[in-house]
Design a binder for this molecule. Structure first.
Ligand code: HEM
Ligand code: MTE
Ligand code: MO
Length: 467
């Protein structure tokens, strides 16, 4: 019997296109699946996400692959095995503040490695109403702190005459457990479309800086009540501080209005669970704030301290970032104090399938995407156009029904339509309407702003049609 051919991980990594051949690994086995890609029952684009690397993290998302017939099918494509010597872990600088960051899912499209910022690819984003934890978008400003759940304490500054609390995880679990499905969106989602109009400062998020999870924890209103806080007449804010900090010791921070924090109907959580699991490190382990209907930046992760103040958080991210401006304001003229901090977000939608630049077959096309609005406003309709916005059809809304005024989570949507005969290309557009009849602007230029936030123009995708 011949001994198997041996390949290094590097060799496997260099085989991820039709030109080089498409290789994947499972355990220590190496497979050349070039011929199988177009036959994949889940579609070629999904298989291609794993090209050049291990299948395990992707198959973990789709249980269909744990059947024997799938293994047998794959076995036909085996070409050899991984070099057992090739296990050298990448050398880490011990002085690297990011050395202790967690291992991430290879499907994530990385916008920046340090700090880690990444989004799920469109073909996975709307596959599930609840985003799997492993591919939930990640937006970190600093290294991920490594916190010990045994010694972790959450400090709640008490009201005058009340008392401060120092809560362990067990203490927090003693409050009534509240669970709610919430979509988180970064203010910078779809920033890359603003960059096409004119340069902006920020990470080049595409359509994936948004994800949905089922969060569980104590309600902030219950915890604040125990510390003696009540609604007060003066304009008040609840300030949050993270346990992640820069080399000068400055922590990530943000705030929300006290009225929202104390409103039981607003369902603001001190969350310790995400989709039934302890929070993953990237998403705030052991405790984060979840503020339904509000921009991602206020959902402070690795929460260390909560206080009630007469003013908003003095954090850079509250005062000097995450604000919107007129398109004519530039870095010389911007006055950050003149604009309110972003809290509730405007109505948003995007197409995840097909993708821009893709080629589709004539006959029928399935258009898929997501839609969401801030402040608990429900999505009442998603309009889709195949002709750049001349004519429209309403998409079918999937996913859970939304509660009025508490529509914290997105709707997924789809539309199956015949491709108009004789069309060589389609200009697919989507736009959503929320229950206040807010609509998305048709173009980006009038909402362009120097930080590239609040990018919610009609989403447009151009595809070619194979005759
Ligand atoms: C379905 C094989 C990679 C996503 C399937 C099925 C097979 C298969 C045989 C049908 C199973 C059944 O219905 O009994 C493979 C092989 C792969 C691969 C051999 C690698 C060489 C991937 C990757 C992803 C993926 C990387 C995702 C990123 C899916 C999905 C389905 C599926 C979503 C379900 C399709 C549906 O039910 O409509 N795959 N797969 N697959 N696969 Fe894969
Ligand atoms: N909290 C801390 N402590 N540090 C951070 O960098 N980023 C914020 C927010 N909370 C951040 C944070 C921003 S801008 C967003 S969009 C969300 O976390 C992202 O949450 P996620 O990484 O769980 O998706
Ligand atoms: Mo964000």
């Amino acid at each position: 019997q011949e001994s198997p051919r041996i390949y290094t991980k590097e060799e496997v990594r260099s085989h991820k296109s039709p030109q080089t051949g498409i290789w994947v690994t499972l355990g220590s086995d190496v497979f050349d699946v070039t011929e199988f890609v177009d036959l994949h029952p889940g579609g070629p684009s999904k298989l291609m996400l794993a090209a050049g690397g291990p299948l395990e993290p992707f198959w973990a998302l789709y249980a269909v692959h744990s059947q024997p017939h799938v293994r047998e099918l794959l076995a036909q494509y085996k070409i050899g095995e991984l070099d057992p010597e090739d296990n050298v872990a990448p050398t880490l600088e011990t002085s690297d503040p990011y050395a202790e960051d967690p291992v991430r899912h290879p499907a994530l499209k990385v916008n920046s490695q340090r700090p880690f910022n990444a989004e799920p690819p469109p073909e996975l984003l709307t596959e599930n109403y609840i985003t799997p934890n492993s591919i939930f978008f990640t937006r970190n400003h600093l290294p991920v702190p490594n916190l010990d759940p045994e010694t972790y304490r959450l400090h709640i500054v008490g009201a005058p005459g009340g008392h401060s609390l120092s809560l362990s995880l067990d203490d927090l679990r003693k409050f009534p457990k509240h669970e709610v499905t919430v979509t988180l969106q970064c203010a910078g989602n779809r920033r890359s479309e603003m960059t096409q109009v004119k340069e902006v400062k920020g990470l080049e998020w595409r359509t994936g800086a948004i994800s949905t999870a089922r969060w569980a924890g104590a309600r902030l209103c219950d915890v604040l009540a125990q510390a003696g806080h009540q609604l007060c007449e003066t304009e008040a804010h609840v300030c949050f501080e993270g346990l992640d900090s820069d080399p000068t010791g400055t922590a990530y921070g943000a705030s929300i209005p006290l009225a929202r924090a104390l409103d039981p109907e607003a369902e603001v959580l001190l969350a310790y669970e995400m989709n039934g699991q302890p929070l993953p490190r990237d998403h705030g382990f052991p405790v984060r704030v979840v503020v339904p209907g509000v921009v991602g930046a206020r959902h402070v992760k690795w929460l260390g301290r909560v206080s009630v103040e007469t003013e908003e958080s003095h954090s850079h991210w509250q005062r000097r970032d995450y604000k919107g401006f007129s398109p004519s304001v530039d870095w010389d003229t911007v006055d950050f104090d003149s604009a309110p901090s972003i809290q509730e977000l405007p109505v948003q939608s995007a197409i995840t399938e097909p993708q821009d630049g893709q080629t589709i077959e004539s006959g029928e096309v399935t258009v898929k995407g997501y839609a969401w609005s801030g402040g608990g406003r429900a999505v009442i309709r998603v309009d889709v156009s195949l002709d750049g916005g001349l004519t429209w059809q309403a998409a079918e809304l999937d996913g859970e029904e939304q509660r009025p005024r508490k529509a914290w989570a997105w709707r997924l949507w789809q539309l199956q339509v015949p491709v108009p005969t004789g069309q060589k290309e389609l200009n697919i557009v989507c736009k959503a309407v929320d229950d206040s009849y807010n609509v998305q602007p048709d173009t980006v230029a009038p909402i362009w702003n120097l930080r590239g936030v609040l990018s919610n123009a009609w989403h447009r995708v151009h595809v070619r049609v194979i005759p």
